[in-house]
Design a protein around this ligand. Sequence first.
Ligand code: FES
Length: 84
Amino acid sequence: MDTQHEMIICLGSSCFSRGNSKNLRIIQDYLKKNNLETKVDFKGNLCSEHCNLGPILQIGDRIYKHVDESNIISILNDEFGGNL
Ligand code: FES
């Protein structure tokens, strides 16, 4: 069985209001469309301790900063495109 990949979106007030509210929906759609829902352990946390660099998204041990609508799909494609 494949190891699950962990992805954590910061849902703290700073990240949430600066874009992770939209990013959350984009990620949920992406996981669904690409049949990744069972392969990616996707969850939220309340602060990733990089508030001034948010919105923050963690995938495995990588921390993505300033994640927004313009870069989120390419981040997800880099992480998950064809590699699972
Ligand atoms: S609220 Fe997201 S890093 Fe603090």
